[in-house]
Design a protein around this ligand. Structure first.
Ligand SMILES: NC(=O)c1ccc[n+]([C@@H]2O[C@H](COP(=O)([O-])OP(=O)(O)OC[C@H]3O[C@@H](n4cnc5c(N)ncnc54)[C@H](O)[C@@H]3O)[C@@H](O)[C@H]2O)c1
Length: 317
């Protein structure tokens, strides 16, 4: 298959591209290499893909609607895997407008190009934070998810709604995957697993919201990828599916596992949880199990061990 992967220089897009190339697919990767986090991390991800002759890289922007149409026309992908986004809840509170420009308008540009030049089936990365703070746990896809707590989840929820309307009006095949707290090797340097590991290793204090009593449904990268690839191969007419681990862990417990793996103690600064943070994320993964054969296998003990080993092997601690 010929797959157009947006956000191919990012954490999940980079790992997905690698997996697809390894199984023989052609990958056209798009990324604007923005400096929200250091570009060297994105270049490291790309360096793992560029030697493969089945990989083509386009440095370009989702906000360029004509560009997207041109790239689709030129490369004629069978499927689009849309992972490019401004991610991160906290940054979105400081910089809300770019979340509308990239995650809403940019995703619309992509959906629009996919309907005009196909329709080309689209698999969209969304987020478990769309469930906000008022959805009963475990979160089910049928919940209204009408009260996002920050611009980032609001932008992803908007993308989901536009995707539904593109399917409804123009029969664009769309699968929306709501990822939950993804971590693992090649992870994002702005996310907690990376920051906590590095700070604990260097004896620097770490900040925990609510004394670490928030629960997060940490999901290992390989599990996310297995669900993603299954959705990509199935190309449903329209589905919205949670991809989480289904086993939320308290952040304080997550930190304890990092302490054990590093053999060091954390100095914890306890601050109140901001209004943008839900108390818990917890995916009901029955639908993913049924439709995708999804079966997350990696618990946080094993996942963090793999992550910290990768950090050490690459001198990133
Ligand atoms: N990592 C997680 O825990 C998590 C959880 C839920 C959802 N997601 C979603 O999964 C997807 C991938 O996340 P990630 O963790 O790999 O993040 P990431 O930031 O590592 O990857 C996103 C990539 O998109 C690129 N990008 C951003 N704006 C762009 C634009 N305008 N045009 C082209 N490229 C652009 C960035 O340069 C980056 O390389 C995102 O859509 C994110 O919202 C991630």
């Amino acid at each position: 298959m010929r797959i157009f992967v947006t956000g191919a220089a990012g954490f999940i897009g980079g790992r997905l591209s690698k997996l697809l190339l390894n199984r023989g697919d052609q990958v056209i990767g798009l990324d604007n290499l923005n400096d929200y986090y250091p570009v060297e991390n994105k270049r490291r991800n790309l360096a793992d893909l560029l030697p493969d002759p089945k990989f083509t890289f386009i440095e370009g922007d989702l906000r360029d609607a004509d560009g997207l149409r041109g790239w689709f026309e030129q490369h004629r992908p069978d499927t689009v895997a849309h992972l490019a986004a401004m991610a991160a809840v906290r940054y979105s509170v400081q910089h809300p407008l770019i979340y509308g420009h990239v995650n809403v308008q940019g995703s619309m540009n992509l959906l629009d190009a996919a309907r005009h030049l196909g329709p080309i089936p689209c698999i969209l990365a969304s987020t478990g934070s769309a469930y906000g703070g008022d959805t009963p746990v475990p979160f089910e896809e049928s919940a209204p998810a009408a009260h996002p707590l920050a611009p980032y989840p609001a932008s992803k929820r908007s993308m989901e709604m536009f995707a539904h309307c593109y399917h409804h009006l123009w029969k664009l095949p769309v699968t929306i995957l709501r990822f939950f707290n993804v971590y693992g090797p090649y992870g994002r340097p702005d996310m907690m697993p990376w920051q906590w590991s590095r700070d604990i290793h260097h004896g620097r204090p770490i900040t925990l919201y609510n004394a670490g009593h928030l629960h997060r449904d940490w999901t290992y990268i390989d599990d996310i990828l297995s669900g993603f690839v299954s959705a990509l191969d199935k190309a449903f007419p329209f589905e919205l599916i949670n991809l989480g681990c289904g086993r939320p862990v308290e952040n304080i417990q997550f930190v304890k596992i990092i302490e054990q793996l590093l053999g060091k103690s954390a100095q914890i600064i306890d601050v109140p949880s901001p209004a943008s943070e839900p108390l818990i994320t917890y995916a009901n993964i029955s639908k993913a199990r049924k439709l995708l054969g999804y079966d997350p296998k990696t618990n946080v003990e094993q996942g963090l061990e793999n992550f910290i080993r990768w950090m050490k092997d690459n001198n990133l601690l």
